[in-house]
Design a protein around this ligand. Sequence first.
Ligand code: CA2
Length: 147
Amino acid sequence: MAHTLLVLHGPNLNLLGQREPDIYGRQTLADIDAELAAMAALHDAQLVSFQSNHEGVLVDRVQSALADGFEFIIINPAALTHTSVALRDALAAIALPFIEVHLSNVHRREAFRRHSYFSDLAVGVVCGLGSAGYRAALEFALHYPRQ
Ligand code: CA2
């Protein structure tokens, strides 16, 4: 069981609940993070959530994840999903298991959203379930065997 989990949110996800509710829902990022923290606490797991609008800051956070003791990452790379070789390389380098989450169904949107730099490295990908996708990912991660 993974007991120390890092949840990473990419650019603009700090706007959740304030803009485009038809696509991204009405919950704020703080609401989502609070739900995940409560779920983790029920399993005696440690969960840290972090959002950044900056690619390099997310790369730094991934690079330090091993030294910080994390066993599993749940990540919504947001727009970096479709652009960031740097963030992909960081996840490949640390080789921690991770799940890629998207609130929206990226396959029902513009064609450029169908390509992800992360999916082939991920343990799994969840998209289109709104904030329930994060909870599904966490449920899975909490029962993922320790590497
Ligand atoms: O569906 C997702 O979770 C996405 O990762 C969200 C990204 C988008 O670029 C991906 O293709 C799919 C965009 C995040 C922007 O978040 C906002 C939230 C509220 C209002 C405006 C933007």
